[in-house]
Write a protein that binds this ligand. Structure first.
Ligand SMILES: Nc1ncnc2c1ncn2[C@@H]1O[C@H](COP(=O)(O)OP(=O)(O)O)[C@@H](O)[C@H]1O
Ligand SMILES: [Mg+2]
Length: 345
């Protein structure tokens, strides 16, 4: 792997956009700091100003008032062209150039930057591997129309990462994918994010996607006002107002269960139960319990247990059996939010 820049902060400082002729702002005095290396999801209803907020950062849209800084530098201190070379941008439908091959799509920015051919080739191959498209020779000569939606999306991500920008902006990048492909591409992107640590502002209208992906979630309400900014656990356990509560929906309690994996709970319940779990009595009560993987979220495991009409599940990590979780362990994880913070810190 080549050396990667580790990201830099994005600061919205009273950032406001009122489109020409509009009576009210689309984005209203947004204050928000995305820390270096952080993945922040911007969520909210359609028309809430999410795309506007993102396009203000790379100056596809101009600020009406306020400022946005990348690191210490205002976005208005440099030309829009210069600015955009430091920002990876990925959008729904991938935005690939249809008449360019995969190789040429990924090479767009490096070519503009005047990289040598050899370096571009090496970088392109590295990125295709990174987004899970290998062997790379299969994909390099193809055109976007010869790829599935998920493959196009992966190429779109590779292109956004090509010149190793410290900042990534993503506007509903997985919005057009079917549910199975979507999960695969989300997982792929999370793994990339953990590996390369770009500061990422990720727009989605899907709160479940935000809960899965985000270090912190910023919720915009109609009129482009920030309703709440916090970790998924904070937002879910303590919605700032009725709007946020309604946006999170009636399944807020269930969504919280998506923040904890079965693996985290099974070790906890082992500590509590100690040697007790080894008794014959404990073994017989688990008869008919379904198997779940330690990497599953409590929410997914609860669904498996419910479908099996059981009182708990047997937890596996690959071939080894880790222990059991009861229905009670699944629905009342101990201090889930704090655990997660601890892991992420
Ligand atoms: N180029 C534009 N010209 C005028 N109004 C716009 C433009 N783009 C967006 N808007 C308006 O700004 C508001 C916010 O839009 P947008 O940022 O696209 O929201 P979201 O991405 O959250 O759906 C909407 O009312 C939309 O109609
Ligand atoms: Mg939008």
């Amino acid at each position: 792997m080549t050396q990667h820049s580790t990201g830099t902060s994005i600061t919205f400082d009273q950032a406001t956009k009122t489109y020409l002729g509009a009576a009210a702002p689309a984005l209203d005095a947004l204050d928000l700091e995305v820390e270096a290396g952080e993945l922040v999801c911007l969520v909210g209803p359609s028309g809430g100003g999410k795309t506007t907020a993102l396009q203000l950062v790379n100056r596809l849209v101009d600020l009406t008032s306020g400022d946005i800084r990348i690191g210490d530098r205002s976005i208005t201190d440099q030309s829009a062209i210069e600015l955009r070379r430091t920002i990876g941008y990925a959008i729904q439908q991938s935005g690939l150039f249809p008449h360019y091959t995969v190789a040429d799509n990924i090479a767009t920015v490096p070519a503009i930057l005047g990289w040598e051919k050899k370096r571009i080739r090496a970088r392109t191959a590295e990125l295709l591997e990174l987004v899970g498209l290998s062997p790379v020779d299969t994909w390099l000569p193809r055109y976007p129309a010869q790829l599935s939606g998920g493959q196009q999306q992966r190429v779109g991500i590779a292109r956004a990462l090509a010149a190793d920008p410290p900042v990534m902006l993503m506007d509903e990048p997985f919005g057009a994918l079917d549910p199975i492909t979507r999960v695969a591409v989300q997982d792929e992107f999370l793994a990339i994010h953990r590996a390369v640590g770009k500061t990422t502002l990720f727009v989605t209208h899907d709160i479940d996607e935000a809960i899965k992906m985000a270090d912190r979630i910023a919720i915009l309400k109609p009129g482009g006002k920030l309703a709440q900014f916090g970790t998924p656990a904070e937002v879910l356990s303590n919605p700032a107002d009725d709007f946020v509560g309604e946006f999170l929906g009636a399944e807020r309690g269930l969504k919280r269960l998506a923040l904890t994996t079965v693996g985290e709970v099974v070790s906890d319940s082992h500590d509590r139960a100690g040697a007790e779990a080894e008794t014959a009595d404990a073994r017989t009560t688990t008869a008919g319990w379904p198997d779940v993987e330690a990497t599953m979220t409590l929410r997914e495991a609860l669904s498996v247990v419910s479908a099996a009409r059981a009182e708990g599940a047997i937890v596996h990590a690959g071939d080894s059996r880790l222990g059991e979780v009861s229905l009670r362990d699944l629905i009342a994880p101990p201090a889930a939010g704090e655990d997660r913070e601890g892991v992420r810190a």
